[in-house]
Design a protein around this ligand. Sequence first.
Ligand code: NOJ
Length: 747
Amino acid sequence: MLFYLALSISGSALPANEHDFIEGLLQHMTLEEKVDQLNQLGVQDTPTGPVIDQGELAQLPMSTVGSVLGAYGFEQTRRLQEQVVMRSRLHIPLLFAFDVIHGFRTVFPVPLAEAAAWDPALAQRTARAAAVEATASGVHWTFAPMVDIARDPRWGRVVEGSGEDPFLGAALASAKVQGFHGAGPPDPSFMLATAKHFVTYGAAEGGRDYNVADVSERTLREVYLPPFQAAVAAGVDGIMPSFNELAGVPLHSNTALLTGVLRNQWRFGGLIVSDFNAIWELSQHGIARGPADRARLAFNAGVDIDMASQTYRQHLPALVRNGEVPLTAVDDAVRRVLQAKQRLGLFEDPYRYSDEARQRANVLTPQHRALAREAAQKSIVLLKNTDALLPLPKHLRNVLVVGSLATDAEATIGPWALAGHPEESITVLQGIRRAVAADTEVVYLPGASPVSKEAENLNTVRQAARLAEVVVAVLGEQADQSGEARSRADLGLPGAQEALLRALLDTGKPVVILLMNGRPLVLSPTVRQAPALLETWFLGSEMGNAVADILFGDVNPSGKLPITFPRSEGQIPLYYAHKNTGRPPSGDGRYASAYIDEHWTPLYPFGFGLSYTSFSYSTPRLSAQRLASTQSLDVTVTVTNTGARSGEEIVQLYLRDDVASVTRPVRQLRGFRKVHLAPGEARDLTFTLDQGDFALLDSDFSPVVEAGTFTVFVGADSTTENHARFEVTDSRALSISGQSVPSQGSN
Ligand code: NOJ
């Protein structure tokens, strides 16, 4: 409080006690000044630099702002902070918020890619590194992690989340929050985190961004809420409601979820910040009668901060004065904003995050680049490797690299790398050139881009392919073909890439496909024909090096898909944790829940990924065949590396409740573990399950364990049939107050 003691307000020094300080400050604030704290100014972002147009900046009514979105860099943030701290009556510092989604200046794999590493410790480390860089550049608050479960790859924002599964999603949500926090205050690399977009944004109908969601209460509680609950349990500082509506109620006016679930059930005491202009959009949804009504609906539902729309600033004071919004609720929201500023130490030193020396020392460091390379390696998924074509030898006569994405630096860093500099990334072509032996010739031809209508110089490409020992085709999406407002109805390779690939395959040369994309693609018969397929997503600053590490075998691939890859768009939504139905598709016969023109199974299931070695699994051994609902169960499996290389396997445990009072998914992920094994090495892994894992929500949505048999599967992906069976001998109601689901976390 030193800063404020020195300045003093209304001539009198503020109380030294932190609680009293906030209360004292509140007492000094006019209603308008309070509402200003709830006003977030949205400024334009560009991918390459800090960001507020200087002319516009001069016009900004900064004293009417409590937080700013999109500014970064010590100079920029310091200047803005000075305007507010020095010129406003109460000298309350600004909060600087930024979308630090997958790294900052050092760019890490996009979240969907990183989820393929199934590695919460890694997710925590990359979030930490991002926070170190962002906080050294003036940023206090990130709008991450994005924890939306997504089961529809048409939705472009699947790239920003952890995929289809709530258990994996919850584990990664919690890890990210811890990573952004680090050691916590008063460490100046502590960054506030926000879980978004609350909730069911990923359930947008037709996969069309911003579209309505209409999911059942059961699906809401079992699938969509758990990652948010995990983030809240991990101490997340903010929650951002989603743009869309759920069952007729926009999330920005959804009292039941914002106040009922978040505030009352989960006791969330942090900030609820609107999405960009979303309070204004309540009129578009057709539920607000006018501008003031938007403010009333959003604020009374529980939204503390208005991002960008200025609706609160214009209408909240009048709503308080005429009694439609309680002053106490405004005080509570303002108190939360001030407390956040206090936790960051901004009242003591408003400039402590805008530090030139810290920025220079901490941004794009060799350590962060090394972490980016490690994360990228671990995110790559080997989908196909016929006749062990991969890894390639580094000594080749020549290799042909084809596809514009091989040199596309923007796609390399991906769609949410606002502070990243594309030119600081290693593209796939650069990575390959660096990795091969000095006498290996690398020929590059773009051939086609994801937006080209026609392939370029196909004859030249054919000739070069005929001369090449091996062809590496880099195919997929540009960065702006995934992400916000980037829904696609056709999930095939866009542009003329398919024609290019056909020409390459027709030469008969071995073709390795590197897929660069932010979502599951629908891989055509042509793509499926290629002998080797690596899913390399958008991997960030070190993408090219990491891809080459895998391609040439310095690193053995270990990633597993965090989301199902369908065979065709018509199968969507397709996810492993589906229900059995009364006529399960696996059954024979005509009247089964299947298609007459497509398989019902995916092309690649959730959890799938190959290695350059092979692993075998023993049948699961159980500590008991029968147990009481209060007892825990150990499930042990022996995993053996049966191949000739050392490698890492992500061992997955799934559970099925065989008979229950409500229908259950055919299996649900309940544990995963990474194990590194030398050739021939075997290791026992034990997972412990307990009532939280056995429980379900009954027809009243109360958590219960029901007596009966369960099947536990342990294996390499979600289709494993390696199983054992046990019985829980008694039923039991669980008294877990405020829980939306029985348990979450990772083993
Ligand atoms: C809109 C996006 O939906 C949200 O994820 C993001 O944090 C805000 N814009 C701010 O950039």
